[in-house]
Design a binder for this molecule. Structure first.
Ligand code: AMP
Ligand code: MG
Length: 410
């Protein structure tokens, strides 16, 4: 069994995955989905010159001398609400009442806000005046949003592989894309294994514990943008494990993920079953927690076996599975962003790449980290108390107080 670095193991795993197929969805179903084509603006935004204020469209040259003490009087020749299409052309000495978002008429090159006029009346239904006194000069272009100021037709707006955010959906709607090509959600079949495992709702029994991994891992899978196929718990025997693997294949899972049962113990059957209908690589990765990670395929469906200890399973997900789901889902940035945090106290490590649970808070613009509770791989509560995983690189045995390290905010 080889000893791999985290990066080597991740690269080896990722090499087996390609993005899943695509589907066209109505925009309303596209939140957090991964875009499967480059999007190009089909029209200018805004599509026409329009007013950014409620006020009066004017010719700037008419009002250069206007002041409150010596206002300029203009004849109001039109009323332009939003949604209308003015056909007039403003002549010198004329103004048009105009609303925010309404098209600027020909001849006008600026908008004077109502508050800079004698007609600061915005009650609904108020008709326009016949004359308006302008109290302030307006520069050419004032309060005018020119056509195309945001985007021009043909501009690249969103790249293939982007996870669609709410603001992206708004922009796609503005550009007229009612349907969008996205990657379908990867399907991840998930099971736990172990004779000791009870359901969350079961009363405790001697020698048994409740299965926590399938709950935590399912939530991680969903959070990473995939769908979970919950297969439950396999007992520690060949047939039980085989039944769940078969089910995963029947349901066309893109990935099978399990926890526990992949060590080399006398009751660890997963490896044996996988090898009966596929192949299995089992690596020791130079990391802690979560040293053993199993990777293989069962009847051509990729399989990742995470360790059973709850914190190891969580860390194994973050280190390996999150990027696999990212790759499957077509996302260009599947992994977590690292941030720099300053260690409040000295941290001792054993030279393996270590993922330590920590609570991070902000102090004078710096992120300060302090380890939480027991760092043993079975101590889930210290992970609950943490909001970050500190990444102590391989080869480092001591991080002095005050030094910065990389971290994932979780
Ligand atoms: P194993 O990998 O089967 O040797 O399990 C390692 C440790 O993780 C043991 O203490 C198991 O009881 C524990 N464990 C395994 N599966 C789960 C699970 N689904 N939820 C909580 N603990 C588990
Ligand atoms: Mg076990």
């Amino acid at each position: 069994m080889s000893l791999l670095s985290v990066d080597q193991a991740r690269e080896r795993i990722l090499a087996h995955f390609q993005p899943v197929t695509t589907e066209t969805l109505p925009l309303t179903g596209c939140s957090n989905r991964v875009l499967a084509e480059d999007m190009v603006a089909a029209n200018d935004l805004p599509p026409f010159d329009n007013s950014s204020m409620d006020g009066f469209a004017v010719r700037a040259a008419d009002v250069t001398a206007a002041t409150a003490a010596s206002p300029r009087s203009l004849r109001v020749v039109a009323d332009i609400p939003a949604g209308s299409h003015p056909t007039i052309s403003l002549a010198s000495g004329e103004a048009a009442r105009i609303m925010t978002g309404a098209p600027i008429p020909k001849g006008a090159d600026a908008v004077v806000p109502v508050e800079d006029t004698d007609f600061d009346n915005r009650d609904a239904g108020t008709p326009p005046p016949t004359e308006v006194q302008i109290f302030k000069a307006a520069k050419t272009g004032a309060n005018r949003r020119p056509r195309g100021m945001d985007l021009h037709a043909g501009d690249a707006v969103l790249d293939k592989g982007r996870v669609l955010k709410p603001q992206d959906l708004g922009l796609l709607a503005m550009l007229g894309f009612a349907n969008v090509l996205v990657y379908r959600k990867p399907q991840v079949a998930l099971f736990s294994s172990g004779d000791e495992l009870l359901e969350a709702g079961d009363p405790l029994e001697e020698g048994k514990i409740r299965d926590s991994n399938s709950y935590a891992l399912a939530a991680l899978i969903e959070g990473a943008g995939a769908e979970v196929i919950r297969l439950g718990v396999a007992k520690d025997n060949h047939d039980a494990v085989k039944a769940l693997l078969e089910k995963a294949v029947d349901l066309n899972a893109d990935l099978i993920l399990s926890s526990a049962g992949v060590s080399v113990g006398a009751f660890d059957f997963v490896k044996q079953v996988i090898e009966s209908k596929g192949k299995m690589d089992f690596w020791r990765v130079n990391m802690r927690p979560g040293k053993p990670v199993a990777f293989g395929e069962y009847k051509n469906t990729p399989f990742i076996g995470l360790p059973g200890n709850p914190v190891s399973a969580f860390v194994g997900f973050e280190v390996f599975v999150r990027s696999v789901i990212g790759r499957l889902s077509g996302s260009l940035n599947g992994g977590r962003q690292t941030v720099r945090v300053r260690c409040e106290e000295q941290i001792d490590s054993d030279g393996r790449e270590s993922y330590l649970r920590a609570q991070v808070h902000e102090e004078d613009g710096n992120l300060i980290a302090r380890l939480t509770g027991h760092q043993g791989s079975g101590n889930l509560f210290s992970l609950v108390q943490a909001n970050a995983l500190l990444i102590i690189p391989a080869g480092v045995k001591c991080v002095p107080a005050g030094q910065e390290v990389n971290a994932w905010l979780i």
